[in-house]
Design a protein around this ligand. Structure first.
Ligand code: NAP
Length: 490
């Protein structure tokens, strides 16, 4: 399927750090459909060759295994094109249209035009409305067109609804692809495969066998140079409303009737609607917000949040959130779901831990321990199942955990596809399973809003935690209250 990938903001950080490397890897792996082109758009004046040289230069700084050889880059560069345009100038859209509609027989396209056109919004979200509107006006919204939107999609429910309204005025729902890059991760897709492709797990995937579920999205980094942006956002909006909740839906959803995108998204939406709503009292009890102070991360002394560049001196912005919730349905009644995310934590570590219940009657010492399934998302993708076994060769009756490790990188090394690469290929092919539907996104906002409201009227502000720790002590107490512990404390 020939395609045109048109990138608004083709010279920006997102385009460079995520999109172009993913496109290059897809090309390198022979995954890109034939007859593809990328058109980068921004306000600078550059020729195609200057843009290619700019990209070539940037590749010089990436890890050797991700860097193209001269031949690989020469092949890749043929896909890259650049046009100057300012999205606030309606007449500039005519130039984009001309470029897309130019017959390009030499690229082996049937009829000259691409079968699919993907517009990728890699520019400030304030520009999304004007871009959508102008694409609609220019007639660049036909059935072969898709538009990809990156976070942040709104600041609260009302602003998210407004973005969706504008997108909907030009595009149908199935043309709008909202990226959540955690959904592109192999381990998340394998979680679906594990649950719905194997008979082994689904009978146990319920309150009778599962004691609690923990989702941790921990970052070692601070806010860097983006203090001003982060201070307007905070961890709840930046990580919980989107990534953590999307992961929760993948864990908790009922089996969909098919692998069809809407069948899956309908089930995810039901989970979001089943989440226990917050009240001011439950926010005080079940949500911990924190802000990092100076500390040590990986042996390096680092400043506190309030000392970071462009952060207001008295900021009450949270850089850490831990919360307890429940999915109120028959499958999950009473099972705590703990979500935790933060900056400047002990390690860059994203994982979902499913803690099973211990056996009902212990005949071995140590049977009080229980099985645990760990879905690792960062730094590596993988699944690890902890079983209990007798220590090899020893006479001891004591059981110890042994792990059954599924290392996707090793097992499927030749077919490995990065998360962003996968999402990009899906966007080109029109596979919507891994993109977030507007109703899911809005429901997630609806659920976090009471927390934002409660915090806004609570003068106590976030609890301090030392950089390099696992957040405020209250986060451990939140889990300990139910008789459990976070994975690293077990
Ligand atoms: P950025 O580095 O500031 O890049 C913005 C791009 O938009 C530049 O290419 C800029 O080029 C172009 N641009 C700005 N105004 C324009 C206009 N009027 N007409 C045409 N082009 C214009 O921003 P970014 O970090 O890539 O972020 C882009 C979006 O992705 C944001 O929504 C951000 O929140 C989101 N995002 C970014 C990341 C990331 O890792 N960076 C991760 C997740 C989500 P000119 O100034 O030359 O026109």
């Amino acid at each position: 399927m020939s395609f045109d990938l048109v990138v608004f903001g083709g010279t920006g950080d997102l385009a460079w750090r995520k999109l172009i490397p993913a496109l290059f890897q897809a090309n390198r792996h022979g995954q890109l459909p034939a007859g593809g082109r990328l058109l980068a758009l921004a306000r600078d004046e550059r020729s195609d060759d200057e843009y290619r040289a700019y990209i070539r230069e940037r590749f010089a700084g990436v890890d050797a295994d991700k860097r193209p050889s001269d031949e690989e880059f020469a092949r890749f560069a043929q896909l890259l094109h650049y046009r100057r345009m300012d999205v606030t100038q309606p007449e500039h859209f005519a130039g984009v249209k001309r470029w897309i509609e130019e017959p390009r027989a030499e690229e082996g396209r049937s009829g000259g035009r691409a079968e699919t056109v993907v517009f990728f919004m890699a520019t400030s979200p304030q520009l999304f409305p004007v871009i959508c509107e102008q694409l609609g006006r220019a007639g660049l919204n036909g059935p072969q067109v898709r538009v990809v939107l990156e976070k942040p999609l709104g600041h609260d429910l009302a602003s998210a609804q407004e973005i969706n309204r504008v997108v909907r005025s030009a595009f149908r729902e199935e043309q709008a692809l909202r990226i959540d890059h955690y959904l592109g991760k192999a381990a998340v897709q394998n979680l679906m495969a594990l649950r719905f492709g194997n008979a082994l797990f689904e009978p146990l995937w319920r309150r009778e066998s599962i004691a609690n579920i923990q989702i941790t999205l921990a970052e070692g980094i601070g806010v860097g140079k983006r203090g001003d942006f982060y201070d307007q956002t905070g961890a709840l909006r930046d990580m919980v409303q989107n990534h953590a909740l999307q992961l929760l839906t993948m864990i908790a959803m009922e089996p969909p009737s098919s692998n069809d995108a809407d069948a899956i998204r309908d089930e995810k939406l039901k989970v979001l609607r089943s989440l226990k709503p917050f009240t001011p009292e439950s926010v005080a009890r079940d949500v911990v917000r924190g802000q990092y102070r100076a500390g040590t991360v990986e042996g390096q002394a680092v400043p506190g949040y309030l000392e970071e560049l462009k952060v207001p001196a008295a900021s009450a912005c949270e850089t850490f959130v831990a919360l307890r919730t429940e999915v109120q349905n028959w499958r999950w009644a009473g099972v705590p779901f703990y979500l935790r995310t933060g900056k400047r934590l002990g390690a860059r570590d994203a994982q979902i831990v499913v803690n099973f219940r211990p056996v009902p009657h212990a005949i071995f010492p140590g049977s009080g321990q229980a099985n645990r399934l760990v879905i690792k998302l960062q730094p590596e993708d993988g699944l690890e199942l902890n079983l209990l076994a007798k220590r090899g060769g020893s006479c001891s009756e004591l059981l110890s955990p042994v792990s059954l490790d599924l290392d996707f990188d090793k097992a499927f090394a030749s077919q490995r596809v990065g998360g962003y690469e996968r999402l990009l290929l899906d966007a080109i092919a029109g596979r919507l399973n891994l993109f977030v539907r507007s109703d899911e996104q809005e429901q997630a906002w609806r659920w976090v809003e009471p927390v934002l409201r409660a915090w806004a009227s609570d003068p106590a502000g976030p609890r301090p935690y030392a950089a390099g720790s696992w957040g405020p002590a209250a986060a451990s107490a939140l889990v300990a209250r139910d008789g459990f512990a976070w994975a690293e404390e077990q």
